[in-house]
Write a protein that binds this ligand. Sequence first.
Ligand SMILES: [Zn+2]
Length: 295
Amino acid sequence: MSYLLDYNPGAPQYTYPRRGGAALSGTCIIHTAECAMDLDGDDTSAEVCANFIASRADYGSYHRLVDSDSIIDMVPFEYEAWQDSETNNWAVGISAAVQAGRWLDIPAERRDRIYRNMATAAAEFVRHMAAKGIAVPLRRISGAEARARVAGFCAHGDSGLYRSDPGAQFDWALFFEYTQQALSGINFQSATFHQEDELSAEFERDVRAQLSKDEAAFTKLDRDLRAQLQGLPSLDRDVRADLAQKGQQIAALTSTTQALAGLVGREQGLSVDDIKQAVTAAIAAGLTITVKAGE
Ligand SMILES: [Zn+2]
């Protein structure tokens, strides 16, 4: 079960059969994915990177992508992935969800598990080729050898154009030592191979975690905004005070109308002074009155 075969909404990240019907030569390119790294807590580096690869609009993918607790089968070895423009046609790519210049920033125990998972993926490739009658030596090969389809392991920085991964800090001796152990049947694997549903459960958990972070951020933003608005005089008045004032204005208007009606009822006629007095009282209560000339 390969991740990208089921989930690849972005640019197509593989093709099958390989272009021109090319066969695997036993060449394996070693990469770092140059992605964000989780240096403590749950390691979701490979999962987040896998999702990025599946969704990206340009080309760039690997056959296996590992972090300290995951080995993700991205594309079957027999398929062609877009891992190195110079060797794609006959090679496979194994990548660590790590930045080439930051291997030594990773806590030692976590870094060790990343090497073990890369070795597990490499051993899987060596066995895959052995079943096809091709021996892959645990040897670092040059870029020229990788481009000439020699079996072995090559840094993407050596085979590829304008690349430097997996970087000068990558410990080739340790990688080969662990790959040899994996091939000898020593079971040190620190990862569980992800089943599809486990991966989506993990993604769901990540998304939920992000959403709850966003929600907390929203609550804080809302609180901060309210606090700032409290300080502004024009917005300081709350709705109840506003309504009370409107009520007073309505009462003033009512009493003005009643006063005018009383004067009419007593047949005393309306003097200009009567009207002025009533209107002045209404204005004092906050009522705005527009007086129109007779039409
Ligand atoms: Zn690379």
